[in-house]
Ligand binder design. Structure first.
Ligand code: NA7
Length: 534
Protein backbone atom coordinates (compact mmCIF):
# COMPACT_ATOMS: atom_id res chain seq x y z
CA UNK A 1 0.00 0.00 0.00
CA UNK A 2 1.22 3.52 -0.77
CA UNK A 3 2.12 5.78 2.11
CA UNK A 4 0.15 9.01 2.66
CA UNK A 5 1.08 11.82 0.27
CA UNK A 6 3.22 14.53 1.90
CA UNK A 7 2.65 18.11 0.74
CA UNK A 8 5.39 20.66 -0.08
CA UNK A 9 5.75 23.91 -1.94
CA UNK A 10 8.68 22.51 -3.88
CA UNK A 11 9.97 19.06 -4.76
CA UNK A 12 13.53 19.04 -6.10
CA UNK A 13 14.75 15.91 -7.84
CA UNK A 14 18.49 15.31 -7.39
CA UNK A 15 21.04 16.32 -4.75
CA UNK A 16 24.04 17.21 -6.88
CA UNK A 17 25.45 20.71 -7.33
CA UNK A 18 22.10 21.89 -8.77
CA UNK A 19 19.76 20.31 -6.23
CA UNK A 20 21.77 21.42 -3.21
CA UNK A 21 21.91 25.04 -4.26
CA UNK A 22 18.24 25.02 -5.32
CA UNK A 23 17.35 23.74 -1.86
CA UNK A 24 19.41 26.50 -0.25
CA UNK A 25 17.58 29.17 -2.28
CA UNK A 26 14.13 27.64 -1.80
CA UNK A 27 14.69 27.60 1.95
CA UNK A 28 15.78 31.25 1.86
CA UNK A 29 12.42 32.02 0.24
CA UNK A 30 10.67 30.24 3.09
CA UNK A 31 9.32 27.48 0.82
CA UNK A 32 8.69 24.05 2.27
CA UNK A 33 11.00 21.87 0.22
CA UNK A 34 12.14 18.28 -0.10
CA UNK A 35 14.99 16.98 -2.22
CA UNK A 36 14.59 13.43 -3.51
CA UNK A 37 17.86 11.73 -4.38
CA UNK A 38 18.34 8.27 -5.89
CA UNK A 39 21.85 7.85 -4.45
CA UNK A 40 22.82 6.95 -0.93
CA UNK A 41 24.51 10.36 -0.51
CA UNK A 42 24.63 13.83 -2.00
CA UNK A 43 26.93 14.72 -4.91
CA UNK A 44 25.15 13.57 -8.08
CA UNK A 45 27.80 13.02 -10.76
CA UNK A 46 30.48 13.07 -8.07
CA UNK A 47 28.64 10.48 -6.02
CA UNK A 48 28.33 7.97 -8.88
CA UNK A 49 31.46 8.45 -10.97
CA UNK A 50 34.05 6.90 -8.66
CA UNK A 51 36.07 5.17 -11.36
CA UNK A 52 39.87 5.26 -11.02
CA UNK A 53 41.23 8.61 -12.16
CA UNK A 54 37.85 10.42 -12.08
CA UNK A 55 38.63 14.10 -12.08
CA UNK A 56 37.04 17.36 -13.16
CA UNK A 57 38.23 18.93 -16.43
CA UNK A 58 37.55 22.45 -15.15
CA UNK A 59 40.12 23.91 -12.74
CA UNK A 60 39.25 23.71 -9.04
CA UNK A 61 39.30 27.44 -8.42
CA UNK A 62 36.52 27.77 -11.00
CA UNK A 63 34.59 24.55 -10.38
CA UNK A 64 32.91 25.58 -7.14
CA UNK A 65 29.95 27.63 -5.92
CA UNK A 66 30.23 31.40 -5.80
CA UNK A 67 26.99 32.15 -3.93
CA UNK A 68 28.67 32.27 -0.52
CA UNK A 69 31.76 34.41 0.06
CA UNK A 70 32.47 32.58 3.29
CA UNK A 71 32.35 29.16 1.67
CA UNK A 72 34.53 30.38 -1.16
CA UNK A 73 37.14 31.71 1.24
CA UNK A 74 37.11 28.80 3.68
CA UNK A 75 37.40 25.88 1.30
CA UNK A 76 40.97 24.97 0.30
CA UNK A 77 41.41 23.02 -2.92
CA UNK A 78 44.51 20.85 -3.01
CA UNK A 79 44.98 20.20 -6.75
CA UNK A 80 44.78 22.22 -9.94
CA UNK A 81 42.05 19.83 -11.12
CA UNK A 82 40.13 18.28 -8.24
CA UNK A 83 39.63 14.54 -8.16
CA UNK A 84 36.22 12.96 -7.51
CA UNK A 85 36.80 12.29 -3.76
CA UNK A 86 37.71 15.91 -3.10
CA UNK A 87 34.68 17.30 -4.98
CA UNK A 88 32.42 14.87 -3.14
CA UNK A 89 33.90 16.02 0.20
CA UNK A 90 33.24 19.61 -0.85
CA UNK A 91 29.57 18.89 -1.58
CA UNK A 92 29.14 17.01 1.69
CA UNK A 93 30.69 19.99 3.43
CA UNK A 94 28.17 22.29 1.69
CA UNK A 95 25.31 20.11 2.91
CA UNK A 96 26.73 20.25 6.48
CA UNK A 97 27.62 23.91 6.46
CA UNK A 98 24.21 25.09 5.28
CA UNK A 99 22.30 22.49 7.28
CA UNK A 100 20.70 20.98 4.17
CA UNK A 101 20.51 17.34 5.27
CA UNK A 102 17.12 17.50 7.07
CA UNK A 103 15.47 18.35 3.74
CA UNK A 104 17.11 15.61 1.68
CA UNK A 105 15.64 12.14 1.33
CA UNK A 106 18.31 9.72 0.04
CA UNK A 107 17.87 6.32 -1.64
CA UNK A 108 14.72 7.64 -3.28
CA UNK A 109 14.27 7.12 -7.01
CA UNK A 110 11.62 9.34 -8.55
CA UNK A 111 9.63 7.33 -11.08
CA UNK A 112 6.65 9.58 -11.88
CA UNK A 113 5.73 13.24 -11.76
CA UNK A 114 2.13 14.07 -12.76
CA UNK A 115 0.53 17.48 -13.05
CA UNK A 116 -3.04 17.18 -11.83
CA UNK A 117 -5.34 19.39 -13.86
CA UNK A 118 -7.98 19.50 -11.11
CA UNK A 119 -5.83 20.67 -8.20
CA UNK A 120 -3.21 22.41 -10.33
CA UNK A 121 -0.50 20.69 -8.28
CA UNK A 122 2.13 18.07 -9.01
CA UNK A 123 2.11 14.59 -7.62
CA UNK A 124 5.52 12.89 -7.46
CA UNK A 125 5.93 9.16 -6.90
CA UNK A 126 9.02 7.14 -6.11
CA UNK A 127 10.22 3.57 -6.49
CA UNK A 128 9.96 3.34 -2.71
CA UNK A 129 6.20 4.02 -2.98
CA UNK A 130 6.44 7.46 -1.43
CA UNK A 131 4.14 10.19 -2.73
CA UNK A 132 4.76 13.90 -2.59
CA UNK A 133 2.45 16.73 -3.57
CA UNK A 134 3.97 20.07 -4.65
CA UNK A 135 3.19 23.34 -6.34
CA UNK A 136 6.56 23.33 -8.11
CA UNK A 137 8.75 20.48 -9.32
CA UNK A 138 12.37 21.29 -10.08
CA UNK A 139 14.40 18.74 -11.98
CA UNK A 140 18.02 18.91 -10.85
CA UNK A 141 18.66 15.56 -12.44
CA UNK A 142 21.95 16.37 -14.18
CA UNK A 143 23.02 16.30 -17.82
CA UNK A 144 25.21 13.20 -17.55
CA UNK A 145 23.52 10.91 -15.06
CA UNK A 146 21.52 8.33 -17.03
CA UNK A 147 24.12 5.73 -18.01
CA UNK A 148 24.38 4.41 -21.57
CA UNK A 149 25.00 0.67 -21.66
CA UNK A 150 25.17 -0.59 -25.26
CA UNK A 151 23.14 -3.66 -26.02
CA UNK A 152 25.95 -6.06 -27.00
CA UNK A 153 24.83 -9.55 -27.94
CA UNK A 154 25.74 -12.05 -25.23
CA UNK A 155 26.55 -9.42 -22.56
CA UNK A 156 24.65 -11.39 -19.91
CA UNK A 157 26.75 -14.51 -20.54
CA UNK A 158 30.09 -12.98 -19.47
CA UNK A 159 31.38 -14.82 -16.39
CA UNK A 160 33.84 -12.12 -15.26
CA UNK A 161 33.00 -8.84 -13.53
CA UNK A 162 31.47 -5.90 -15.40
CA UNK A 163 31.47 -2.26 -14.37
CA UNK A 164 30.14 1.02 -15.76
CA UNK A 165 32.32 4.06 -15.00
CA UNK A 166 29.21 6.03 -14.05
CA UNK A 167 28.09 3.45 -11.46
CA UNK A 168 31.40 2.49 -9.89
CA UNK A 169 31.39 0.35 -6.72
CA UNK A 170 31.99 2.40 -3.58
CA UNK A 171 34.53 -0.05 -2.23
CA UNK A 172 36.68 0.38 -5.37
CA UNK A 173 37.98 -2.36 -7.64
CA UNK A 174 41.36 -4.04 -7.51
CA UNK A 175 42.39 -5.09 -11.02
CA UNK A 176 45.77 -6.48 -9.92
CA UNK A 177 46.74 -9.45 -12.04
CA UNK A 178 43.58 -9.27 -14.15
CA UNK A 179 42.97 -9.12 -17.89
CA UNK A 180 40.77 -6.07 -18.31
CA UNK A 181 38.83 -4.74 -21.32
CA UNK A 182 37.74 -1.10 -21.42
CA UNK A 183 35.07 -0.15 -23.98
CA UNK A 184 34.97 3.56 -24.74
CA UNK A 185 37.51 6.35 -25.04
CA UNK A 186 35.62 9.49 -23.98
CA UNK A 187 36.64 11.36 -20.81
CA UNK A 188 35.84 8.45 -18.49
CA UNK A 189 37.92 6.00 -20.57
CA UNK A 190 40.74 8.48 -21.07
CA UNK A 191 40.95 9.16 -17.33
CA UNK A 192 40.59 5.58 -16.13
CA UNK A 193 42.72 3.73 -18.72
CA UNK A 194 46.12 5.00 -17.43
CA UNK A 195 45.17 4.14 -13.84
CA UNK A 196 43.75 0.71 -14.63
CA UNK A 197 46.89 0.00 -16.69
CA UNK A 198 48.97 0.39 -13.54
CA UNK A 199 47.18 -2.59 -11.98
CA UNK A 200 46.02 -4.84 -14.77
CA UNK A 201 48.10 -7.70 -16.10
CA UNK A 202 46.70 -7.05 -19.55
CA UNK A 203 44.57 -4.14 -20.71
CA UNK A 204 42.66 -4.13 -23.98
CA UNK A 205 41.13 -0.80 -25.01
CA UNK A 206 38.19 -1.06 -27.43
CA UNK A 207 38.03 2.24 -29.31
CA UNK A 208 35.18 3.18 -31.65
CA UNK A 209 36.18 6.83 -32.16
CA UNK A 210 39.66 8.12 -31.41
CA UNK A 211 39.71 11.04 -29.00
CA UNK A 212 41.49 14.37 -28.88
CA UNK A 213 43.01 14.81 -25.48
CA UNK A 214 45.14 17.63 -24.09
CA UNK A 215 47.36 17.09 -21.03
CA UNK A 216 45.98 18.30 -17.71
CA UNK A 217 49.40 18.95 -16.16
CA UNK A 218 47.60 18.36 -12.92
CA UNK A 219 49.45 18.78 -9.64
CA UNK A 220 49.20 20.40 -6.24
CA UNK A 221 47.47 23.76 -6.45
CA UNK A 222 49.94 26.56 -6.05
CA UNK A 223 49.12 28.15 -2.67
CA UNK A 224 50.06 31.62 -3.82
CA UNK A 225 47.71 31.28 -6.80
CA UNK A 226 44.88 30.21 -4.51
CA UNK A 227 45.51 33.16 -2.18
CA UNK A 228 45.76 35.58 -5.05
CA UNK A 229 42.47 34.43 -6.61
CA UNK A 230 40.70 34.51 -3.26
CA UNK A 231 41.81 38.12 -2.76
CA UNK A 232 39.55 39.13 -5.65
CA UNK A 233 37.36 36.06 -6.19
CA UNK A 234 34.31 38.07 -7.26
CA UNK A 235 36.16 39.82 -10.09
CA UNK A 236 37.71 36.49 -11.16
CA UNK A 237 34.27 34.89 -11.35
CA UNK A 238 32.80 37.82 -13.27
CA UNK A 239 35.62 37.72 -15.81
CA UNK A 240 35.10 33.98 -16.33
CA UNK A 241 31.37 34.35 -16.80
CA UNK A 242 32.03 36.76 -19.68
CA UNK A 243 33.74 33.94 -21.59
CA UNK A 244 31.70 32.01 -24.17
CA UNK A 245 32.07 28.87 -22.04
CA UNK A 246 32.20 30.70 -18.68
CA UNK A 247 35.68 29.23 -18.22
CA UNK A 248 39.25 30.37 -18.45
CA UNK A 249 39.67 34.13 -18.65
CA UNK A 250 43.32 33.62 -17.74
CA UNK A 251 43.87 31.84 -21.05
CA UNK A 252 41.14 33.62 -22.94
CA UNK A 253 40.11 32.88 -26.52
CA UNK A 254 42.15 35.01 -28.91
CA UNK A 255 40.24 37.16 -31.38
CA UNK A 256 42.39 36.07 -34.33
CA UNK A 257 41.59 33.56 -37.04
CA UNK A 258 43.97 30.60 -37.14
CA UNK A 259 44.32 31.30 -40.85
CA UNK A 260 45.60 34.88 -40.71
CA UNK A 261 48.69 34.21 -38.60
CA UNK A 262 51.91 32.65 -39.92
CA UNK A 263 52.52 28.92 -39.51
CA UNK A 264 55.18 29.70 -36.90
CA UNK A 265 52.86 31.94 -34.87
CA UNK A 266 50.14 29.30 -34.99
CA UNK A 267 52.52 26.59 -33.86
CA UNK A 268 53.80 28.79 -31.02
CA UNK A 269 50.24 29.45 -29.79
CA UNK A 270 49.32 25.75 -29.85
CA UNK A 271 52.55 24.79 -28.12
CA UNK A 272 52.00 27.36 -25.37
CA UNK A 273 48.47 26.09 -24.77
CA UNK A 274 49.59 22.44 -24.87
CA UNK A 275 52.21 23.28 -22.20
CA UNK A 276 49.53 25.01 -20.12
CA UNK A 277 47.13 22.12 -20.64
CA UNK A 278 43.38 21.72 -20.38
CA UNK A 279 40.31 22.85 -22.30
CA UNK A 280 41.57 26.42 -23.01
CA UNK A 281 43.59 24.77 -25.80
CA UNK A 282 40.51 25.23 -27.98
CA UNK A 283 40.56 28.97 -27.35
CA UNK A 284 43.81 29.30 -29.32
CA UNK A 285 41.98 30.95 -32.21
CA UNK A 286 38.57 32.51 -32.66
CA UNK A 287 37.46 30.34 -35.58
CA UNK A 288 38.43 26.84 -34.46
CA UNK A 289 34.82 25.79 -33.96
CA UNK A 290 33.39 27.53 -37.01
CA UNK A 291 35.88 27.09 -39.87
CA UNK A 292 36.92 23.54 -40.87
CA UNK A 293 40.26 24.72 -42.27
CA UNK A 294 41.11 26.58 -39.08
CA UNK A 295 39.96 23.60 -37.05
CA UNK A 296 42.21 21.26 -38.99
CA UNK A 297 45.30 23.23 -37.97
CA UNK A 298 44.52 22.49 -34.30
CA UNK A 299 43.54 18.89 -35.06
CA UNK A 300 46.77 18.28 -36.93
CA UNK A 301 48.79 19.79 -34.07
CA UNK A 302 47.26 17.29 -31.65
CA UNK A 303 47.78 14.40 -34.08
CA UNK A 304 51.47 15.40 -34.28
CA UNK A 305 51.67 15.23 -30.47
CA UNK A 306 50.12 11.75 -30.53
CA UNK A 307 52.60 10.56 -33.17
CA UNK A 308 55.46 11.96 -31.09
CA UNK A 309 54.29 10.29 -27.86
CA UNK A 310 53.17 6.86 -29.09
CA UNK A 311 56.13 4.76 -30.24
CA UNK A 312 54.35 2.14 -32.35
CA UNK A 313 53.35 3.98 -35.56
CA UNK A 314 50.30 1.75 -36.23
CA UNK A 315 48.94 2.32 -32.74
CA UNK A 316 49.67 6.04 -33.06
CA UNK A 317 47.72 6.24 -36.32
CA UNK A 318 44.75 4.44 -34.77
CA UNK A 319 44.81 6.87 -31.86
CA UNK A 320 44.76 9.86 -34.24
CA UNK A 321 41.22 11.22 -34.49
CA UNK A 322 39.90 12.41 -37.85
CA UNK A 323 36.75 14.28 -36.81
CA UNK A 324 36.62 17.99 -36.09
CA UNK A 325 38.49 18.77 -32.85
CA UNK A 326 36.10 20.01 -30.16
CA UNK A 327 33.07 18.55 -31.94
CA UNK A 328 32.92 15.83 -29.31
CA UNK A 329 33.92 17.13 -25.93
CA UNK A 330 37.69 17.26 -25.80
CA UNK A 331 39.37 15.23 -23.07
CA UNK A 332 41.92 16.38 -20.53
CA UNK A 333 44.29 13.62 -19.47
CA UNK A 334 47.19 12.44 -17.41
CA UNK A 335 49.41 10.04 -19.41
CA UNK A 336 46.64 8.80 -21.72
CA UNK A 337 48.61 8.46 -24.95
CA UNK A 338 51.79 7.34 -23.08
CA UNK A 339 49.85 4.42 -21.66
CA UNK A 340 49.81 2.82 -25.12
CA UNK A 341 53.61 2.50 -24.95
CA UNK A 342 53.24 -0.08 -22.15
CA UNK A 343 53.77 -3.63 -23.42
CA UNK A 344 50.65 -5.00 -21.71
CA UNK A 345 48.28 -2.35 -23.13
CA UNK A 346 46.63 -3.11 -26.49
CA UNK A 347 44.36 -1.00 -28.69
CA UNK A 348 41.53 -2.53 -30.71
CA UNK A 349 40.08 -0.25 -33.36
CA UNK A 350 36.39 -1.06 -33.58
CA UNK A 351 36.10 0.76 -36.88
CA UNK A 352 38.38 -1.90 -38.39
CA UNK A 353 36.83 -4.80 -36.47
CA UNK A 354 33.54 -4.10 -34.66
CA UNK A 355 32.42 -5.97 -31.56
CA UNK A 356 30.37 -9.00 -32.63
CA UNK A 357 29.45 -10.28 -29.19
CA UNK A 358 30.40 -10.56 -25.59
CA UNK A 359 31.12 -14.18 -24.75
CA UNK A 360 31.30 -16.01 -21.44
CA UNK A 361 35.05 -15.35 -21.34
CA UNK A 362 35.62 -12.06 -23.11
CA UNK A 363 34.87 -9.93 -26.16
CA UNK A 364 34.72 -11.17 -29.74
CA UNK A 365 35.35 -8.70 -32.53
CA UNK A 366 35.48 -9.36 -36.24
CA UNK A 367 39.26 -9.56 -35.84
CA UNK A 368 39.46 -12.06 -32.96
CA UNK A 369 38.53 -13.02 -29.42
CA UNK A 370 39.97 -11.30 -26.32
CA UNK A 371 39.99 -13.33 -23.10
CA UNK A 372 39.09 -11.06 -20.17
CA UNK A 373 38.51 -11.24 -16.41
CA UNK A 374 36.70 -7.89 -16.26
CA UNK A 375 34.96 -5.50 -18.65
CA UNK A 376 34.69 -1.79 -17.96
CA UNK A 377 31.96 0.04 -19.85
CA UNK A 378 33.21 3.62 -20.26
CA UNK A 379 30.34 4.12 -22.67
CA UNK A 380 28.93 7.36 -21.35
CA UNK A 381 25.42 8.62 -20.85
CA UNK A 382 22.05 9.25 -22.41
CA UNK A 383 23.01 12.89 -22.08
CA UNK A 384 20.85 15.89 -21.26
CA UNK A 385 17.46 14.20 -21.68
CA UNK A 386 18.04 10.65 -20.37
CA UNK A 387 17.49 11.45 -16.69
CA UNK A 388 14.22 13.20 -17.56
CA UNK A 389 12.89 10.64 -20.02
CA UNK A 390 13.49 7.82 -17.52
CA UNK A 391 10.91 9.47 -15.24
CA UNK A 392 7.29 9.36 -16.38
CA UNK A 393 6.63 13.11 -16.41
CA UNK A 394 3.13 14.18 -17.41
CA UNK A 395 1.85 17.72 -17.85
CA UNK A 396 -1.57 19.15 -18.70
CA UNK A 397 -4.08 16.60 -20.07
CA UNK A 398 -1.74 13.79 -19.13
CA UNK A 399 0.70 14.58 -21.97
CA UNK A 400 3.97 12.69 -21.49
CA UNK A 401 7.28 14.53 -21.73
CA UNK A 402 8.75 11.50 -23.48
CA UNK A 403 6.18 11.91 -26.25
CA UNK A 404 6.47 15.69 -26.36
CA UNK A 405 10.24 15.21 -26.85
CA UNK A 406 10.14 12.18 -29.13
CA UNK A 407 11.58 14.16 -32.05
CA UNK A 408 14.09 15.95 -29.79
CA UNK A 409 13.78 18.06 -26.66
CA UNK A 410 11.64 21.20 -26.90
CA UNK A 411 12.11 23.67 -24.09
CA UNK A 412 12.04 27.43 -23.61
CA UNK A 413 15.51 28.54 -22.46
CA UNK A 414 16.17 25.02 -21.14
CA UNK A 415 14.19 26.13 -18.09
CA UNK A 416 10.56 25.25 -18.77
CA UNK A 417 8.40 23.25 -21.17
CA UNK A 418 5.08 24.29 -22.78
CA UNK A 419 2.28 22.12 -21.39
CA UNK A 420 4.15 21.44 -18.13
CA UNK A 421 3.19 24.23 -15.69
CA UNK A 422 5.47 24.90 -12.71
CA UNK A 423 8.02 22.37 -13.89
CA UNK A 424 11.56 23.74 -14.05
CA UNK A 425 14.64 22.00 -15.43
CA UNK A 426 18.05 23.11 -14.18
CA UNK A 427 20.50 23.19 -17.11
CA UNK A 428 17.90 21.62 -19.38
CA UNK A 429 18.34 21.16 -23.15
CA UNK A 430 18.38 24.52 -24.90
CA UNK A 431 20.61 26.11 -22.25
CA UNK A 432 24.44 26.39 -22.30
CA UNK A 433 24.91 23.69 -19.61
CA UNK A 434 27.49 21.15 -20.81
CA UNK A 435 29.27 23.67 -23.05
CA UNK A 436 30.18 25.73 -19.99
CA UNK A 437 31.53 25.47 -16.49
CA UNK A 438 28.48 23.59 -15.16
CA UNK A 439 28.59 25.33 -11.80
CA UNK A 440 28.26 28.77 -13.35
CA UNK A 441 25.29 27.59 -15.44
CA UNK A 442 23.70 25.86 -12.47
CA UNK A 443 23.94 28.95 -10.27
CA UNK A 444 22.51 31.15 -13.01
CA UNK A 445 19.53 28.80 -13.43
CA UNK A 446 18.90 28.30 -9.72
CA UNK A 447 18.90 32.06 -9.14
CA UNK A 448 16.58 32.63 -12.10
CA UNK A 449 14.14 29.98 -10.86
CA UNK A 450 14.22 31.29 -7.28
CA UNK A 451 13.56 34.84 -8.50
CA UNK A 452 10.76 33.56 -10.73
CA UNK A 453 9.02 31.73 -7.87
CA UNK A 454 9.40 34.82 -5.66
CA UNK A 455 7.83 36.93 -8.43
CA UNK A 456 4.87 34.54 -8.72
CA UNK A 457 4.32 34.61 -4.97
CA UNK A 458 4.66 38.38 -4.72
CA UNK A 459 2.11 38.92 -7.48
CA UNK A 460 -0.35 36.23 -6.49
CA UNK A 461 0.25 33.92 -9.47
CA UNK A 462 -0.23 30.18 -9.10
CA UNK A 463 1.23 28.90 -12.36
CA UNK A 464 3.88 29.67 -14.95
CA UNK A 465 4.47 27.93 -18.26
CA UNK A 466 6.20 28.87 -21.52
CA UNK A 467 4.04 29.64 -24.55
CA UNK A 468 4.32 27.19 -27.43
CA UNK A 469 5.40 30.08 -29.70
CA UNK A 470 8.22 31.28 -27.44
CA UNK A 471 9.40 27.70 -27.12
CA UNK A 472 9.30 27.04 -30.88
CA UNK A 473 11.28 30.21 -31.63
CA UNK A 474 13.84 29.35 -28.98
CA UNK A 475 14.37 25.80 -30.26
CA UNK A 476 14.84 27.19 -33.76
CA UNK A 477 17.28 29.83 -32.53
CA UNK A 478 19.37 27.25 -30.60
CA UNK A 479 19.61 25.19 -33.79
CA UNK A 480 20.48 28.17 -35.97
CA UNK A 481 23.39 29.02 -33.70
CA UNK A 482 24.57 25.41 -33.65
CA UNK A 483 24.40 25.29 -37.46
CA UNK A 484 26.76 28.22 -37.58
CA UNK A 485 29.36 26.07 -35.77
CA UNK A 486 31.07 22.75 -36.52
CA UNK A 487 29.26 20.98 -33.65
CA UNK A 488 26.72 19.20 -35.86
CA UNK A 489 29.48 17.53 -37.95
CA UNK A 490 30.15 14.47 -35.77
CA UNK A 491 28.26 11.82 -33.80
CA UNK A 492 28.49 13.38 -30.35
CA UNK A 493 26.34 13.02 -27.27
CA UNK A 494 25.55 16.76 -27.64
CA UNK A 495 23.45 15.55 -30.59
CA UNK A 496 22.17 12.41 -28.91
CA UNK A 497 24.08 10.43 -31.56
CA UNK A 498 25.67 8.03 -29.04
CA UNK A 499 22.32 6.45 -28.15
CA UNK A 500 20.77 4.27 -30.87
CA UNK A 501 17.33 5.56 -31.91
CA UNK A 502 17.64 8.92 -30.13
CA UNK A 503 16.55 11.95 -32.19
CA UNK A 504 19.55 13.78 -33.65
CA UNK A 505 19.19 17.35 -32.39
CA UNK A 506 21.94 19.61 -31.04
CA UNK A 507 20.80 20.16 -27.46
CA UNK A 508 22.93 22.79 -25.69
CA UNK A 509 22.93 26.52 -26.46
CA UNK A 510 26.30 27.90 -27.60
CA UNK A 511 27.43 30.97 -25.62
CA UNK A 512 26.92 31.67 -21.94
CA UNK A 513 26.98 35.51 -21.85
CA UNK A 514 24.29 36.08 -24.49
CA UNK A 515 22.16 33.38 -22.89
CA UNK A 516 22.39 34.89 -19.40
CA UNK A 517 21.50 38.27 -20.86
CA UNK A 518 18.44 36.80 -22.59
CA UNK A 519 17.25 35.21 -19.33
CA UNK A 520 17.60 38.53 -17.55
CA UNK A 521 15.67 40.31 -20.28
CA UNK A 522 12.88 37.74 -20.13
CA UNK A 523 12.55 38.15 -16.36
CA UNK A 524 12.85 41.95 -16.58
CA UNK A 525 9.89 42.02 -18.99
CA UNK A 526 7.64 40.20 -16.54
CA UNK A 527 8.61 36.72 -17.83
CA UNK A 528 8.11 37.39 -21.49
CA UNK A 529 7.34 34.21 -23.42
CA UNK A 530 5.69 32.63 -20.38
CA UNK A 531 2.02 32.59 -19.38
CA UNK A 532 1.43 33.49 -15.73
CA UNK A 533 -1.90 32.45 -14.22
CA UNK A 534 -3.64 33.46 -11.00
P1 NA7 B 1 31.42 9.72 -23.66
O1 NA7 B 1 32.22 10.95 -23.85
O2 NA7 B 1 30.08 9.67 -24.28
O3 NA7 B 1 32.30 8.51 -24.17
C1 NA7 B 1 31.74 7.23 -24.34
C2 NA7 B 1 32.68 6.37 -25.13
O4 NA7 B 1 32.08 5.09 -25.30
C3 NA7 B 1 32.97 6.91 -26.52
O5 NA7 B 1 34.30 6.64 -26.84
C4 NA7 B 1 32.00 6.10 -27.37
O6 NA7 B 1 32.39 5.98 -28.71
C5 NA7 B 1 32.05 4.77 -26.68
N1 NA7 B 1 30.88 3.97 -27.00
C6 NA7 B 1 29.58 4.24 -26.74
N2 NA7 B 1 28.80 3.27 -27.21
C7 NA7 B 1 29.62 2.36 -27.78
C8 NA7 B 1 29.41 1.14 -28.46
N3 NA7 B 1 28.17 0.67 -28.66
N4 NA7 B 1 30.47 0.47 -28.90
C9 NA7 B 1 31.71 0.94 -28.71
N5 NA7 B 1 31.99 2.10 -28.09
C10 NA7 B 1 30.95 2.80 -27.64
O7 NA7 B 1 31.21 9.40 -22.11
P2 NA7 B 1 32.22 9.62 -20.90
O8 NA7 B 1 31.62 8.99 -19.72
O9 NA7 B 1 33.59 9.24 -21.28
O10 NA7 B 1 32.24 11.18 -20.72
C11 NA7 B 1 31.04 11.93 -20.59
C12 NA7 B 1 31.35 13.32 -20.17
O11 NA7 B 1 31.66 13.34 -18.78
C13 NA7 B 1 32.53 13.98 -20.77
O12 NA7 B 1 32.34 14.49 -22.02
C14 NA7 B 1 32.85 15.08 -19.77
O13 NA7 B 1 31.97 16.14 -19.96
C15 NA7 B 1 32.55 14.42 -18.50
P3 NA7 B 1 31.86 7.05 -29.82
O14 NA7 B 1 32.63 8.30 -29.57
O15 NA7 B 1 30.38 7.25 -29.55
O16 NA7 B 1 32.13 6.41 -31.11
Amino acid sequence: MNKAQREFDVVIVGAGFAGLYMLYRARELGLSTVVLEAGGGVGGTWYWNRYPGARCDVESMQYSYQFSDDLEQEWEWTERYAGQPEILRYLEHVADRFDLWPHIQLDTQVTEAMFEDGSGRWSVRTGQRDEFGAQFVIMATGCLSATNVPDFAGAETFRGRTYHTGRWPHEGVDFTGMRVGVIGTGSSGVQSIPVIAQQARDLVVFQRTATYSVPAHNGPLDQSEQTEIKAHYGAFRTANSRMLTAIGERRARTDLSALVVTAEERQAEYEARWRDGGLPFLGAFADLLVDPKANDTAAEFVREQIRAIVRDPRTAERLCPDQVIGCKRMCVDTNYYDTFNLPHVHLVDLRESPIEAITDSGIRTEGGHYELDAIVYATGFDAMTGALSRIDIRGRDGIALREAWAAGPRSYLGLGVAGFPNLFTITGPGSPSVLTNMIVSIEQHVEWIADCIAHLRDHGYEHIEPTADAQASWVEFVNQIADFTLFPTCNSWYLGANVPGKARVFMPYVGFPSYAEKCEEVAGRGYEGFVLEK
